[in-house]
Write a protein that binds this ligand. Structure first.
Ligand SMILES: Cc1cc2nc3c(=O)[nH]c(=O)nc-3n(C[C@H](O)[C@H](O)[C@H](O)COP(=O)(O)O)c2cc1C
Length: 194
């Protein structure tokens, strides 16, 4: 039986008209119904500073860590900034990585979608992000890879996805991610029950 699974979604753009956020919304709408997408806001996280890691860390850090911790999986949807991913997304990854030994990322299955106005679809951002999360023992969806080029041209004035090829791709991506989560989380549940 297919279990409900919650996915923490981190979007690497702060602007209102973000194509990355529209891609995340479209993916959520096209994905299998057992996946619930929970967008975790990261624009308000104070810069990671170990000196603030006290018994009372910044409230935004705690809200963020709790929201990611309760998710079954993590989806990153990010544009490319200067051949990498935006700095505030790195800050969110750093905030989630501490306190030492309590990373909220640990063991959670993940997938990465990169976007760009250009033709390369944010390849540099996508792979820089793979490197940043490689420390956390996060099983990462290998196929399909998702590099969404010309992202600003894919949506109509209301923000709805208006490109059938991309819709079909995102539908398949959602199905692949759902299957991947089941293989990772579902097999753990079976092992725990044994
Ligand atoms: C500071 C900055 C750096 C950028 N660097 C790149 C880049 O290296 N490669 C690229 O393809 N696009 C680059 N872009 C373009 C963004 O990828 C593009 O604006 C993208 O659509 C932004 O995503 P959003 O619509 O989700 O905000 C850059 C944009 C900004 C603001």
């Amino acid at each position: 039986m297919t279990q409900p699974r919650t996915i923490a979604v981190l979007v690497g753009s702060l602007r209102k008209d973000s194509s990355s956020r529209k891609v995340a919304r479209a993916l959520a709408a096209l994905a299998p119904a057992n996946l619930a997408f929970d967008v975790v806001e990261i624009g308000d996280l104070p810069h990671y500073d170990p000196d603030l890691e006290t018994d009372a860390p910044p409230a935004a850090w705690t809200r963020f860590r709790n929201q990611v911790a309760k998710a079954d999986a993590v989806l990153f949807v990010t544009p490319e900034y200067n051949r990498s991913f935006p700095g505030f997304l790195k800050n969110a990854i750093d905030v989630g990585s501490r306190p030492w030994g309590k990373a909220v990322w640990a063991g959670k299955p993940a997938a990465i979608v990169s976007t760009s106005m250009g033709a390369l679809g944010g390849f540099g951002a996508n792979h820089a992000l793979r490197q940043a999360i490689s420390f956390f023992d996060m099983p990462l969806l290998g196929q399909p890879e998702a590099y969404i080029g010309a992202a600003d041209s894919l949506f109509d004035a209301s923000g709805a996805l208006a490109n059938e090829v991309t819709a079909s791709f995102l539908r398949g991506f959602g199905q692949a991610f759902a299957g991947f989560i089941e293989r990772v989380v579902g097999s753990r549940t079976v092992r725990e029950a044994a």
